[in-house]
Every structure is written in structure tokens, then in C-alpha cells.
Design a protein around this ligand. Structure first.
Ligand code: NCD
Ligand code: ZN
Length: 344
């Protein structure tokens, strides 16, 4: 049987929600990953260090005692985030950075930034205090086609942010286009990107051909095949600017399978196995460890994990549903086969 041992991975973009479902969602990640960047798009959003530390306590209470897991909290950037809050974030080791959601771009983003161009003082303070800026890179103007929203965000806003704040660390989250991969590649070394399993394994045909597949719907939405191929090349390129961020984003089954379904793929139940599937299909399994376990930590200036996990080549089927808080959730890749599995 084929085996692959790699340093324990980290997930640099994760939604674990809150309340009754938290206790069942956190272990899906903590069973494999040592650290995860926790997204702040709760209702109400996690906008302050004190709210993030309280949320962190609730997450830690959900980590099974046999798991070793560190949540790294992202704070929700608003139009009125103060320089004092940015200083407090910089001083707290449990806070990793601020997340910029353009208002209305995605799930629970109503409180997001409405005028990116007015955020320069906040970006300047973040650059000065060494606080990373994590970005959901899509414009929200209704006249912009949904498939163009990432590229337009880069051209309209991101180029200026990076040029005007050269000391600012920027992570373009869950990139979906060749334009984003090229932008990150050509930018200076403090600009990086996370890539999800669904954007490596799928393109928009998997969303729309033969019927709408709500469990493949996420934001930014899957793009055409040429974009998928550009992301695939970025992930296997060996460039340390591209690293693992699942964007695992659970929504209860009835909120996905409905006339107006929520955006988000719940990939945590099979996260590292989905990436292994992708790297294996690309004949690039030797690139998995750096992408999953090294580049993200190095980018954020954190130590690389010392423990390992072992993946075994043994086909298995992702379950049709998993339960959280007593309710059914359909995981990404449900009912489909994966070739690699973490050995417990
Ligand atoms: C995320 C969610 O559900 O919170 N959804 C998604 O489609 N990715 C929000 C986000 O990261 O955009
Ligand atoms: Zn997300």
C-alpha cells in the first residue's frame, strides 16, 4: 500500500460558524490540521480583539482533548475599524490579521467595507504594525458580471492597495482566476494567495452541466476551465506565494438545496484528502507538503509544524451527509470517491 507522510498541515482560510454546530464542525478540521485561520463572518461579525478572543474560547472548548489545534483569529474589517483596534490586533498573538469583505460580496458580508478607497489610513496602520490584510477579492457593483468580479477587483482596487502600501502583507483569499494567479506571481514577496480544493478540482461545468449542483456553489464562483488550469499550475509550481486555504464553509442541507441556495462548500470532512486527490491527479504529490504544510506558515512568519500525518492510498467514499448540531450537512464531494485517506 502506498503511503505518504507529510508535516502536519495548516488551513489558512476556514469557517467554523458558532453556536450549536461549532462543537461538531471544529473537530473535522482539528483532527488533521494544527492551525487554522478562522473567518470572522458571524452574525454579528467579529470586529474586535475582545470578540475574537471570546470566539476563540468557544472554538477551543470544541477541540477534542486528543487534538492539538490553534485557531488564528481574523478580525472583520469595517469602514470604521480604528487604528487603536489595529494596534490591539498587532499586540495579540491569537489574532492573525484583518479580513476585508467588500460589503455584500458573500455570506454575512453586509457589515463589510463599502468604500475601499477610503480605507488607506487603516491599511497604512496595518502596514506600520505588521498586521496582514486578508482579502475577499470581488467587486459587488451589480453591473459587473459575476464571473468578472475578481479580475475587476484586482484592477480597480488591489493594484492600488499593493502599490500604495508596499510594506503591507496581503493575502488574496480563495483565488479563482488566471488573472489573480498572475497578479500574485508578479507582485512583491509580501503578496500571497490561498487556493481551495474546489477551485483546483472543478470548473463551472461542474456547477452547471446536467443540472445545477448547489453543493459546488461557492464564492467566488467556479470559473471556466482555463482559469482552473492556471490555478492548478500555481499550486504545483513550487512558488511559496500559493498555499492551502480550504474556505470550508458549512451551510445546513436545506439552505443549500433550495430556490436561493447559500454559497459555500463544506470541505473540512475530507480536506487534506481532496488536496491529495488533486496533487495525485497532477502527478505532483511531491508538491503537496510544501503547499499544505510549509508555505503558509513561512508566509505568515510562523514556525512550521513539527509533527506529521500519514496519508494512505486506499479508495473511500465521502459520506452523503454529516451531522452538526443535530442537523444534516452535505460535505463537498459527497458520495464521490477519493484515493487517499489520513491514517488515524
Ligand atoms: C463563505 C461562507 O459561507 O461563509 N462562502 C463561500 O462561498 N466561500 C464566505 C466566503 O468565504 O466567501
Ligand atoms: Zn471564506
Amino acid at each position: 500500500m502506498q503511503q505518504l507522510t507529510i508535516l502536519r498541515p495548516d488551513d489558512w482560510h476556514l469557517h467554523v460558524r458558532d453556536g450549536a454546530v461549532l462543537a461538531d464542525i471544529v473537530p473535522e478540521t482539528s483532527k488533521v490540521f494544527h492551525r487554522a485561520v478562522i473567518m470572522p463572518n458571524l452574525v454579528p461579525p467579529v470586529t474586535t480583539v475582545s470578540a475574537a478572543l471570546e470566539y476563540r474560547q468557544r472554538i477551543m472548548a470544541a477541540v477534542p482533548p486528543q487534538h492539538s489545534f490553534q485557531p488564528l483569529m481574523a478580525l472583520y474589517l469595517t469602514q470604521t475599524t480604528s487604528v487603536d483596534e489595529i494596534r490591539a490586533a498587532a499586540a495579540n498573538p491569537h489574532v492573525i490579521g484583518f479580513k476585508l469583505y467588500p460589503a455584500g460580496a458573500t455570506t454575512n458580508s453586509a457589515a463589510g467595507v463599502t468604500a475601499v478607497n477610503d480605507m488607506a489610513p487603516a491599511f497604512e496602520a496595518m502596514a506600520e504594525h505588521g498586521v496582514p490584510l486578508l482579502i475577499h477579492g470581488e467587486v459587488t457593483e451589480s453591473e459587473i458580471d459575476i464571473f468578472d468580479r475578481e479580475k475587476v477587483f484586482i484592477d480597480r482596487y488591489l493594484r492600488h492597495i499593493v502599490a500604495q502600501h508596499p510594506q503591507l502583507t496581503v493575502i488574496l483569499e480563495h483565488i479563482t482566476t488566471a488573472d489573480a494567479a498572475q497578479f500574485v506571481n508578479e507582485a512583491h514577496a509580501r503578496v500571497g494567495a490561498t487556493i481551495t480544493p474546489q477551485h483546483l478540482l472543478m470548473n463551472r461545468n461542474d456547477l452547471l452541466v446536467g443540472g445545477i449542483r448547489p453543493h459546488n456553489f461557492c464564492l467566488p464562483v467556479l470559473k471556466r476551465r482555463t482559469h482552473q488550469e492556471a490555478l492548478q499550475q500555481a499550486a504545483i509550481s513550487g512558488s511559496p506565494k500559493f498555499f492551502l486555504g480550504t474556505d470550508s464553509a458549512p451551510h445546513v442541507q436545506h439552505k443549500k438545496e433550495t430556490a436561493c441556495g447559500c454559497a459555500g462548500c463544506y470541505s473540512a470532512p475530507a480536506a487534506i484528502e481532496l488536496y491529495a486527490e488533486f496533487f495525485s491527479r497532477m502527478d505532483a504529490l511531491d508538491k503537496l507538503e510544501n503547499f499544505a504544510s510549509r508555505f503558509g506558515a513561512e508566509f505568515y512568519g510562523l514556525p512550521v509544524n513539527e509533527t506529521t500525518i500519514t496519508l494512505v492510498q486506499t479508495p473511500w467514499q465521502v459520506p452523503a451527509t454529516v451531522t452538526a448540531g443535530g442537523e444534516p450537512f452535505v460535505p463537498y464531494w459527497a458520495g464521490e470517491t477519493l484515493q487517499w485517506r489520513v491514517r488515524n
